[in-house]
Design a protein around this ligand. Structure first.
Ligand SMILES: *[C@@H]1O[C@H](CO)[C@@H](O)[C@H](O)[C@H]1NC(C)=O
Ligand SMILES: *[C@@H]1O[C@H](CO)[C@@H](O)[C@H](O)[C@H]1NC(C)=O
Length: 158
């Protein structure tokens, strides 16, 4: 339904996605994950908060596969809303080992950015050089500075 690029139905799709996000079925919740970036692509300001709220719900999901997909949605829709990560940080850390491979990579990137944003880096940290690499890469790619994850473009395919 979200595939139909009609702004008129966007609010309906958003409501449906919110319902799906609370559905007992893992498969349905995962579908909500994949609908959100498409909804976000419509660039309707009034939907932004709603979309981010649903991503917050899905990041806190009990199923690792839903969390993995939510991480992908997060990095394509609102990579800078780290308060969503902070709220669910403990849960995300716990679920990380069980997320499937690709979702795991995305999620590690998100958690890393959260920790760095929150605590900064000590010069001696091994992460310091890694962080430098990220910056270097996003400059090179001339993309927006906010997300190394977006540089991959992988989330766009969802
Ligand atoms: C982050 O998302 C939440 C939705 O749960 C929203 O209330 C908040 O305004 C967002 N913050 C930013 C900085 O976009
Ligand atoms: C995450 O889910 C648990 C129940 O599974 C709930 O107790 C908790 O309040 C939720 N946290 C957030 C930030 O929504």
């Amino acid at each position: 339904m979200a595939g139909i690029r009609l702004h008129v139905i966007a609010p309906l799709v958003l409501v449906a996605a919110g319902k799906c996000a609370r559905d007992p079925s893992v498969y349905v919740r995962k579908c909500a994950d994949s609908v959100l970036p498409k909804l976000h692509d419509l660039r309707l300001e009034e939907n932004t908060v709603g979309i981010e709220e649903i991503i917050g719900i899905l990041l806190n999901d009990s199923s690792p596969c839903v969390v993995g997909a939510a991480a992908a949605a997060f990095s394509s829709v609102c990579p800078n809303n780290l308060s969503l990560v902070g709220r669910n940080y403990k849960r995300l850390r716990e679920v990380l080992p069980d997320v499937e491979e690709w979702g795991k990579i995305v999620l590690i990137g998100i958690l890393l950015r959260y920790v760095v944003a929150r605590h900064g880096l000590v010069k001696e940290s091994i992460m310091f050089s890694l962080h430098g690499t990220w910056n270097h890469r996003s400059e090179k790619d001339c993309s927006d500075t906010n997300s190394a994850l977006d540089d991959n473009g992988n989330n766009r395919s969802l």
